[in-house]
Write a protein that binds this ligand. Structure first.
Ligand SMILES: Cc1cc2nc3c(=O)[nH]c(=O)nc-3n(C[C@H](O)[C@H](O)[C@H](O)COP(=O)(O)OP(=O)(O)OC[C@H]3O[C@@H](n4cnc5c(N)ncnc54)[C@H](O)[C@@H]3O)c2cc1C
Length: 391
């Protein structure tokens, strides 16, 4: 592995730092103090779109493709994700764009689906969102247990079920909903469906209460006899016969784990900086008990970062990274939590008053251990790979 940061990556990081300080941290703090997600018409989102951000990686219909944009390596994506999370992790999810389902649509979508669902994200005329709806009240870690049901009815599918904790759902132009054709057939029967905003039967949106990451909405909703044309089955009938819908859905999560790990490192770094600044202000850097803890935390955060980068480095070479991806997330989420706990302890009553950044970081970081596979689930995945535990 080459540990040098090239000029291009340095430029990306400097840009992230500048926007992070000027735009991202203030917007995240505003949402946290309001105790509610930033509304879709917040000027922060208009400025984001005006900077040309939030665009899809899709290059346009066949024969009229745009020239390829600069290709970001996974390692670059991880470094930049860490930097943005340093300033505010919740804003990273609140940002307009296709978000989580983009890889699935790029990988499996038909040309018509790409045009219809990614087309509006080529040049955003306004802040637009999409989202991916997997989790249900009875199916979190065990995503194979989802009960939302899709029934074929002529040239439509009828969806019935409920989803929860779905990022950006009530503001999304469309939701890629994971549903099963036959609950008795487990994973093999799962498929993804585009459900467009305003479709009759899609409703009961309720923004969940969250302890942290308040900048973006995590929303529950219902699908009640919700009819969608058969053309809205991701990939169409033909491709679903050859490629499993569940496997494609899980690919999203495998790709996302090192990013969540990098986010945890970023939050941890922010906490460490707050702890260091406080120790300096209160003249306690000379105290060996304080100094040793700050040193240990710095060391552990750097170790976690190296694990993330290794997972990304393997992905860039198209080499299997399942163990490294899970290890990076299992480790970084824990280290991030240790860093914010250390900050809380060192800042003492200053932190406990509830109006200091460290206290917000402490609430924000916990979700890094939950989303896209909890720490326990990562450890099960690692063990399965290393000692071939039965599935
Ligand atoms: C802030 C936030 C944002 C989210 N955003 C999204 C989103 O955008 N889209 C989406 O689809 N979902 C989203 N989720 C849902 C998230 O993916 C689930 O919360 C997560 O998968 C865990 O599921 P659960 O909460 O139902 O916990 P459960 O699966 O019920 O787990 C409860 C506990 O049991 C443990 N456990 C479960 N199975 C095992 C096992 N096999 N071995 C050992 N321990 C186990 C878990 O580690 C956990 O500690 C979000 C959640 C949060 C908190």
């Amino acid at each position: 592995m080459d540990f040098a940061i090239d000029d291009e990556t340095r430029r990306l990081l400097e840009h992230a730092r500048e926007i992070g300080e000027k735009e991202v941290r203030p917007a995240g703090l505003e949402a946290d103090r309001m105790g509610a997600p930033l509304p879709p018409d917040h000027p922060y989102f208009d400025r984001y779109v005006a900077r040309g951000e939030g665009r899809t990686r899709w290059r346009g219909p066949e024969g009229q493709e745009r020239p390829p944009g600069p290709r970001r390596t996974t390692v670059q994506v991880l470094l930049v994700s860490e930097e943005y999370a340093y300033w505010d992790r919740g804003i990273g999810v609140a940002n307009p764009g296709v978000g989580l389902p983009e890889n699935n649509v790029l990988g499996l979508g038909t040309p018509e689906q790409k045009e219809r669902y990614l087309g509006p994200f080529v040049e955003l005329d306004r802040p637009r969102w999409a989202c991916f709806g997997m989790t249900e009240p009875g199916a979190g870690s065990d995503a194979a247990a989802i009960a939302t049901h899709a029934r074929r009815d002529g040239d439509h599918y009828v969806l019935q079920g409920a989803k929860c904790f779905i990022g950006n759902a009530s503001r999304a132009d469309w939701i890629l909903v994971q549903a099963t054709l036959d609950p008795s057939k487990g994973r093999a029967a799962q498929r993804s469906f585009f459900v467009e905003k305003g479709t009759p039967g899609l409703g009961d949106f309720k923004i969940e209460k969250k302890m942290g990451l308040k900048a973006y909405e995590s929303t529950s909703f219902r699908l009640d006899e919700c009819r969608v044309p058969a053309s809205q089955l991701l990939g169409g009938e033909e491709r679903n016969r050859s490629k499993g819908g569940f496997k494609t859905a899980m690919r999203t999560f495998n790709a996302g784990r090192p990013v969540i790990a990098a986010n945890a490192v970023g939050i941890g770094r922010a906490a460490l900086d707050e702890a260091l600044a406080h120790a300096r202000e209160t003249d306690r850097l000379g105290d060996p008990r304080v100094r040793d803890r700050l040193e240990a935390m710095t060391r552990r955060l750097r170790m976690a970062r190296l694990l993330c980068l290794r997972a990304g480095w393997l992905a860039d070479r198209e080499r299997p990274n399942i163990v490294e991806a899970s290890m990076s997330k299992a480790m970084a989420a824990g280290v991030g939590q240790e860093a914010t706990s250390l900050g809380m302890e060192l800042l003492g009553v200053r932190a406990a008053r509830g109006d200091h950044l460290i206290e917000k970081l402490h609430r924000d970081v916990k979700a890094m251990d939950i989303v896209e596979g909890t720490g326990q689930v990562q450890r099960v995945i690692i063990a399965r790979q290393l000692v071939q535990l039965p599935r």
